[in-house]
Structures are given as C-alpha cells and as structure tokens.
Design a protein. Structure first.
Length: 205
C-alpha cells in the first residue's frame, strides 16, 4: 500500500471562540472576519499538493473547508465522525464559569485524562475512536493521496495525544496550537489497521 499524507487543520475562529464559550457540537457559524483569516492561511496551505478535503459537517469546519477549496479546487466530503467532542451540559458555558460554579467536578474530570467526559457528553477516548475510524476509512478509500482534514481542536488534540502516548492530563501540557497545520503519514498495514507517524505538529499557518 502507498503512503497517504494527512493534514489536520482546525476550523477558523468563531464568535464563541472569541469569548471562550464551549461550542462542542453546537452548530456555530463563522463571522465574516474569519474569512480574512482563512485567506492569510492560503500560502502555507498551498505548499502541499492536496488531492481532496475531508471535513466535519459542522458549519464552522465545513465553511472553512469551502473557503480553502476556492484555492485547492479538489473533491470535498463531509463526515460527521469529525465533529467536535460533545460537551453535553457544559456547551455554551466558559471553562472559567464552570471552575467557579462546579470546581470539584471540573477537577475530577481533568484528572480523568482520556476518560474526561462532560455531563451528558462524550469522553475523549470516544472522540479519538470515531476520528481514527474516519481517518482509517479515508486512507483506505484514497490510498496514496494528500488529504486535508478540516476538523476541531478536540479531535486534533486526541490524535496528537494518542500518537505521543500521553495520559492526556493537564500537567503534561497542551501538545497542539489552536491554529496550525499538523501533518501525518498514514500506512494501511492490514484491512482494518492503519499506522500513523508524525511529520510535523504546530506548523505555522
């Protein structure tokens, strides 16, 4: 099997990002000024010979992908498995508010690492598993291609922490920046197995 090149990119910032509100799977749109930011990314993104774009179906990711594809002009496809982590009852709040109103629960969840799971939401390991499933299927379908995946911070952080073999605990620090390109090589070693190696993390865009 050929090597498949994957780029992981977080969507452009939203109004909720600017006030640090947790979006989760709320379908928040991009403000107009975000398209100016996307245009600034183009020179860096276009360094690579992308052959297709795979994107989360949430508006903030999909519209980022559409704006990028005005320049890449490649096939584009949406995949709901690339959605952000479901933050359940915590969506719409800020972490600061939650630290003030439910400090014990926040501390308990942060200490859970991969099992971090907001009330009524999903765990980080669940996010990892569905993201890996989408990436494996993409590698199988488009083996040997250069695939740009436009997704969310939670998905990219889960992939990075998985590949770096962390416990996903606060004291380990954050591996990724919010707006950077993260490049991987994927090799399908068996029908149901794909191995990933890191080319770059936090590549400036």
């Amino acid at each position: 099997m050929k090597q498949t090149y994957i780029g992981l990119l977080r969507h452009a910032p939203t109004g909720w990002n600017s006030v640090k509100r947790i979006q989760g799977q709320h379908d928040v749109s991009l403000p107009q000024e975000s398209y100016d930011i996307i245009n600034e990314w183009i020179p860096s993104i276009m360094q690579y010979p992308w052959t297709r774009i795979l994107t989360s179906d949430l508006a903030r990711a999909y519209h980022t992908a559409l704006a990028l594809n005005k320049h890449t002009n490649v096939p584009i496809e949406r995949d709901s498995r690339l959605r952000e982590q479901d933050w359940g009852a915590w969506a719409g709040h800020t972490i600061q508010d939650l630290r003030e109103t439910t400090p014990e629960e926040i501390a308990r969840q942060e200490a859970a690492g991969w099992d971090f799971k907001p009330p009524g939401g999903e765990s980080r390991i669940e996010v990892l598993n569905r993201t890996l499933e989408a990436m494996h299927e993409a590698t199988r379908r488009w083996n040997g291609e250069h695939i740009l995946i436009v997704t969310h911070y939670g998905n990219i952080a889960s992939i990075a922490n998985h590949l770096m073999h962390t416990k996903f605990l606060p004291e380990e620090g954050k591996l990724i920046k919010k707006h950077a390109l993260h490049r991987l090589i994927a090799e399908q070693t068996a029908p149901e197995t794909t191995q990933y190696s890191i080319l770059s993390i936090n590549e400036v865009i």
